[in-house]
Design a protein. Structure first.
Length: 412
């Protein structure tokens, strides 16, 4: 069992590493071509059919690039396809989803306090959501609504927010955000696999056969590339979010997800406008900052917004927290956390304490006060899926213990 756990841990690390490497390659090439496309300049001396050109310098050399809106008059001798970066990013991402979340469904995927699912049910819902999401998105793009660029994007935004809410009603907060990223990335990669590359192959086949390519294929591919452009940054946020419980394990996590999609739009709008040489809309960064501040506030907002009393401000709660709170926190952590966070974890499948955090002694608990506060007090990230049934009162106790300690408030 020990060797199996170690091997599985390294497999998860290897798959995550591969996913990061391929994602860098895909996102890097995507950002480069978006900037290149927006920066193209139309000049009189361009060849027939050329849309624009760009001069660039990198690595000690100069590059002269020309773009043909449909296709050149003749098929070039050598043609480089940009597709494997997308395919491998999705494949490695799904492999990571399977290894970490499907393989550890009881710990990372299922929260029976949210929805009581079996492992098979949770995994089936996960895979079905990715497939059905693509089908709905693709049909929307092909519908009459697809001819309205911004109307379609508004509808797609509503659909993404609905998915954010839906995932939080099924999985753990961590898994909900991860799935929202996977859902969005599936749309992006499927755009490449099912639409963009096949359309480009049709154009290439027409060139080889001596036919004039139909420009509609380029228009369709351009629309899907535009969607991928605005979805990239939110996907990165959701992929990174599993390290930050204040994002995924709080009361308004689905609202936070909705705001993240808006930040992706404002940030990309600045870059797109700048690369197109249409100015530098600094207002986009102001809006992004305001949205981010709103997200920070939502991550720790009192439950008063949900119609519940803010217990942290109640006199009875303050009195309870001030009377021997550390001893009570030690009891809570020892009962709820130490079976995993121990030198020799007793939780099945764990060969070592997660992130080498041990919480067996008072000194260890005190030294990890901030992590306990963030992971189990202010958010519900720990324990995963609340498998040890930490009560709301115990979480409030942890919050009070930390905040009164930091503020220097004296106990009566």
């Amino acid at each position: 069992m020990y060797e199996y756990a170690i091997a599985w841990e390294w497999l998860a690390f290897a798959v995550r590493w591969l996913h990061v490497v391929t994602a860098i390659a895909w996102i890097g090439s995507s950002f480069y071509f978006i900037a290149l496309d927006l920066g193209l300049v139309k000049r009189d001396h361009l060849p027939v059919g050329a849309y624009g050109e760009e001069w660039q310098v990198h690595g000690g050399g100069f590059y002269h690039i020309q773009k043909y809106l449909v296709a050149p008059a003749q098929m070039p001798e050598h043609l480089t396809w940009f597709k494997w970066e997308s395919y491998m990013t999705w494949l490695s991402g799904f492999a990571m989803l399977a290894v970490v979340y499907y393989g550890g469904a009881d710990l990372f995927l299922i929260d029976r306090h949210v929805l009581d699912l079996t492992q098979g049910q949770a995994i089936a819902l996960s895979m079905a959501s990715l497939a059905i999401g693509w089908i709905i998105y693709d049909q929307l793009c092909k519908s009459p609504l697809g001819k309205n660029i911004w109307g379609l994007m508004a509808v797609l935004y509503v659909a993404l927010v609905a998915m954010a809410w839906g995932y939080t009603q099924i999985f753990t907060g961590r898994a909900a955000f991860l799935h929202l990223g996977a859902f969005t990335a599936t749309i992006m990669s499927a755009n490449v696999f099912f639409i963009i590359i096949p359309n480009q192959k049709i154009v290439v086949a027409d060139l080889i056969a001596g036919r004039t390519p139909n420009p509609k294929y380029g228009v369709i591919a351009k629309q899907r590339s535009l969607h991928n452009n605005y979805l990239t940054l939110p996907v990165i946020f959701f992929m990174l979010s599993n390290h930050y419980p204040l994002a995924f394990a709080t009361e308004f996590n689905w609202v936070i997800a909705a705001l993240v999609f808006l930040m992706g739009v404002t940030i990309r709008h600045w870059f797109n406008t700048t690369h197109a040489r249409k100015g530098r809309p600094t207002w986009t960064w102001i809006v992004t900052l305001l949205i981010f501040i709103l997200i920070m506030w939502l991550s720790t907002v009192p439950k008063a917004l949900t119609g519940e009393e803010d217990q942290a401000a109640a006199p009875a709660f303050r009195q309870f927290a001030a009377n021997g709170h550390f001893g009570a926190v030690v009891e809570t952590v020892s009962a709820r956390c130490s079976m995993c966070h121990a030198a020799e974890p007793v939780w099945e499948g764990l060969a070592r304490p997660p992130k080498q955090v041990k919480l067996e002694t008072e000194a260890e608990i005190a030294s990890h006060a901030r992590e306990i506060y963030l992971q189990a007090g202010r958010s519900h990230a720990m324990p995963p899926g609340n498998v040890t049934d930490v009560t709301p009162e115990e979480r409030k106790l942890i919050v009070a213990w930390y905040e009164t300690s930091v503020s220097g408030a004296k106990t009566p």
